[in-house]
Design a protein around this ligand. Structure first.
Ligand SMILES: [Zn+2]
Length: 282
């Protein structure tokens, strides 16, 4: 199976930890500019192999040392305004501004850019690398709320595999799985298509608009596909194939990755971090 990381260089996670070589005492945390923080994220997330329409990395440059970082799913005006109100000088998101098209700086977009430039707020965005990462990605993090079993790459999006699948040690009921994902977050939207086995053993997760991986899920005998959005045609496809689908919201399934980045950044840099929960209900 194709793996997004097959050709990527191995990441030495130990090198990310803030310890000296002798591993005895914590190393002083670094001060960092937007370029230094982005260099760290680039090494961590390894975006180089990704066929992504989104621009990964720095999207809006700013000046000086970063002292307070806001994390959010979307680079919305709400998130930018909150970053300004909280005196954050960097916003790190999953959905940034640039999606492979030339866009003029007009209207709402100009308002966002103006606020960022006026208040010296930088923007870093990581899209598919933050879905696909085996440790910090949306899909691995989501599956880790359910099980600690090994994860196998799943969910081909063009040439890149962005999700994961796993096989539970013991089958679980759908309700149990949902309550594990639910922990601490009881309000996310749910569309459940319960057309498969009542005792789920194999689960695949592809966050956001990952419903188009249903054919791969059927082919691989997955008992439950977890994704973000549910398009209309999913109903009959799932029913006819006898597979369970849980659509947990584009927003909710993509909160996991940005949240997971907070810890490694805090270990490495002398910064405050905040997560802005701005749910869209979609
Ligand atoms: Zn998305």
């Amino acid at each position: 199976m194709e793996c997004a990381f097959a050709n990527a260089k191995a990441i030495n996670f130990n090198s990310q930890l803030p310890f000296d070589d002798n591993q005895k005492k914590p190393r002083a945390k670094r001060m960092g500019t937007i370029y230094e923080i982005n260099a760290f994220l680039k090494e961590l997330l390894d975006p180089f192999e990704m066929a992504d329409v989104a621009l990964n990395g720095i999207q809006v440059e700013n000046e000086g040392i970063i002292s307070k970082i806001a994390f959010a799913v979307d680079a919305s005006f709400d998130a930018i305004e909150r970053a300004r109100a909280e005196n954050c000088n960097l916003l790190i998101v999953h959905h940034g501004f640039f999606w492979g098209k030339v866009i003029p700086i007009t209207g709402n977009f100009r308002k966002r850019i103006r606020t960022m430039l006026t208040h010296n707020i930088g923007l870093i965005a990581y899209h598919l690398p933050l879905d696909a990462h085996p440790q910090y990605g949306n899909n691995s993090q989501l599956l880790r709320t359910i099980t600690n079993q090994p994860l196998v790459p799943f969910g081909k999006s063009k040439t890149t595999t962005i999700g994961f699948m796993t096989t539970l040690a013991e089958p679980l009921k759908l309700d149990t799985i949902i309550s594990r994902i639910n922990a601490g977050n009881p309000t996310w939207p749910q569309v459940i298509l319960p057309f498969g086995t009542t005792h789920v053993r194999t689960i695949a997760a592809v966050s956001g608009s990952g419903a188009n991986t249903i054919d791969e899920a059927i082919e691989k005998n997955i008992d439950l596909l977890i994704t973000g959005e549910a398009p209309h045609h999913l109903y009959h496809t799932a029913k006819e194939a006898g597979i369970n689908v849980l659509s947990a919201g584009h927003y909710f399934t993509e909160t996991f990755g940005v949240k997971a980045l907070m810890e490694p950044i805090k270990k490495q840099f002398n910064v405050e971090t905040l997560f802005f929960d701005i749910p869209t209900g979609l």
